[in-house]
Design a binder for this molecule. Structure first.
Ligand code: ACO
Length: 327
């Protein structure tokens, strides 16, 4: 049975990147690494690095303002601000509160989501739930990071992988017919497995060392879990909707590593021509990577209104998740 249902629709997207580009060759001047190693193992060519004093909130505000403009919305139209981040400028208040204040949004609530690289997918699913249960009317959902601040710049195994940036989406409610032709978030699934919380973590924090710590990662293990988990949650999601890989116009994946993206797309059964890749230019921007990729592909005309998107991400925790969204 289908009938009218409320759907959470992406009404506009925006993104922001720091000015400074750092190429692999530049990193190779400071670290025992090379452009060819980084390209071959990760697909990364360059990343953006925040300027001194440029914070996650600064990038989030810029991305959020662009998403509002793209949606034709103003601050008074928003009553929920979610910021997915692992790199807040301050332990508290939430970056979302700072962003809300700076964008002139006065209604509703604002809070951060801590799911590292899966943060934007988590935030999208949380926004969808709060909107459809009547707790908010229109959300500004942001993924923003300055991962450069928690990188150990002496550790070549992690320093080459990450970058800074932010991406945002305005998500509002629209009535749908209750079938798969509807615009909006058709389904989302979130997962976590905390047994692996040491395979990708930060070795400090406000409540332990009193420092922010540095990213530590068991790269091969993370790689293996990422492909298995992402393919698994996607299959569950598509099966639950009665969709197949052929129905997906674009995968918008978390941009951790080209090899993870390729292996996951292959397991899902979607050719790389229908996968948005920005990891070459942005590296891994954690919670910002999915909305940055989404905004890039919308603005360059690859993703068009009405198309069916699969967004998926996996990160520290482990956390992972996926959503099927018709733009
Ligand atoms: N430059 C040159 N050599 C390097 C570098 C580097 N930057 N980093 C590691 N190496 C060396 C290692 O020391 C090792 O040398 P050894 O054989 O002499 O010991 C060799 O390269 C191979 O190292 P591995 O770690 O086995 O290399 P691997 O092929 O697994 O690639 C990588 C490493 C790229 C980190 C890979 O494991 C990976 O992509 N993992 C996924 C991790 C990831 O993307 N995490 C992001 C966060 S999680 C997420 O977002 C899903």
């Amino acid at each position: 049975m289908t009938g009218p249902v409320q759907r959470s629709v992406i009404e506009g997207t925006g993104s922001a990147l720091p000015e400074t580009r750092v190429t692999n060759d530049e990193l190779a001047r400071r670290l025992d690494t090379s452009d060819s190693w980084i390209r071959e193992r990760t697909g990364i060519c360059e990343r953006r690095i925040a300027a001194a004093g440029e914070t996650t909130a600064d990038l989030a505000v810029a991305a959020g303002a662009r998403a509002l403009a793209a949606a034709g919305a103003g601050p008074d139209d928003i009553d929920l601000v979610l910021v997915a981040t692992a790199t807040p400028a301050r332990t508290f208040p939430a970056t979302a509160a700072t962003v809300q204040g700076r964008l002139g949004i006065r209604a509703g609530s604002a809070f951060d989501i801590a799911a590292v690289c899966s943060g934007f997918v988590y935030a999208l699913a949380v926004a969808d739930s709060l909107l459809r249960t009547g707790q908010a009317r229109r959300a500004l959902v942001i993924g923003a990071e300055t991962f450069s601040r928690i990188i150990d710049w002496e550790d070549r195994t992690t320093a080459v992988l990450f970058g800074d940036g932010a991406g945002a989406a305005v998500v509002g409610l629209a009535e749908g017919r209750g079938d798969l032709s509807d615009r909006g978030i058709l389904a989302a699934r979130l997962r976590a497995d905390g047994r692996h919380d040491m395979l990708l973590h930060v070795d400090g924090g406000a409540g332990s060392t009193g420092t922010v710590g540095h990213v530590r990662m068991a790269g091969r293990e993370v790689f293996r879990h990422a492909v298995t988990n992402l393919a698994g949650v996607t299959h569950e999601l598509l099966d639950g909707l009665g969709l197949t890989a052929a129905d997906i116009d674009w995968i918008v994946p978390h941009q951790a590593n080209l090899r993870i993206i390729e292996a996951t797309a292959q397991r899902i059964g979607v050719p790389m021509e229908r996968v948005v890749v920005t990891v070459d230019r942005h590296a891994n921007t954690s919670a910002a990577s999915v909305p940055l990729a989404l905004d890039s592909a919308i603005r360059d005309g690859r993703i068009r209104p009405g198309q069916l998107l699969l967004v998926e991400a996996m990160g520290g925790g482990f956390t992972w998740g996926a959503a099927v969204v018709r733009l």
